[in-house]
Design a protein around this ligand. Sequence first.
Ligand SMILES: CC(C)(COP(=O)(O)OP(=O)(O)OC[C@H]1O[C@@H](n2cnc3c(N)ncnc32)[C@H](O)[C@@H]1OP(=O)(O)O)[C@@H](O)C(=O)NCCC(=O)NCCS
Length: 212
Amino acid sequence: MRTTTQPHPLAPADVERILRSLVPPNVAVAALEIEEASRRAEFAAGRECARVALARLGQEAGDIGMEADGAPAWPAGIVGSLSHSQGLAAATVARSEDLAGLGLDLVRARPLPRGSEELFCTAPEARWLRQVPDPERDLMTLILFSAKESVQKGARYLLGRLPEAHEIELRLVAEEPVFTATVESCDRHVWRGRHAFDGAFVFTAATGLRSR
Ligand SMILES: CC(C)(COP(=O)(O)OP(=O)(O)OC[C@H]1O[C@@H](n2cnc3c(N)ncnc32)[C@H](O)[C@@H]1OP(=O)(O)O)[C@@H](O)C(=O)NCCC(=O)NCCS
């Protein structure tokens, strides 16, 4: 995985362009740089992204509280997700009449420790990763990790709890930056997602589709 350790080279507007390429048109996105390396600053930046994204959806934000498990408490009729990592915060939001759920994750690109995939991969996912050619495998492992976190965050609102990584079966596609997922005990919904890598960050977004 060829990565940069420089500060994030993209402006928030470029990050928003990447995020928009990952989600359907009825999803609003927002991204911000986090100016100070503190938990308080990343929390505030995440909430500010949420407010901006909600305004883009035409929705008054008010205070976005926190559920007991740390999940954002979205206004009634809204699904959404937040993520922040090393200087960057982002949010995605949509109307719950359009989508069953949304998950977003961004992660600074760096190889995960060898063998760590056993902690979050199912057997089919681990088999799929093993057939990825060596130079690409570290990146695909990180993308799979991040995609699962996206699905976890989105499915939390349907299950009432964050699903375990092994309750999610994720399928990446070799030639395209897309994935699908199913979540145990939540089998009425299919998750579709997309991923992107800009040299510094991996971005993943998952969309829970309403069953018809
Ligand atoms: C909750 C979790 C998914 C957050 O992901 P993360 O990569 O640590 O951090 P991110 O910056 O991407 O996301 C943090 C945001 O997620 C949101 N979040 C926190 N708990 C959440 C939950 N239970 N459900 C949905 N969203 C949640 C919050 O908005 C949080 O930001 P905030 O505290 O500033 O509001 C993760 O910490 C976690 O607990 N994962 C489960 C462990 C696991 O299975 N790991 C393997 C994954 S493949």
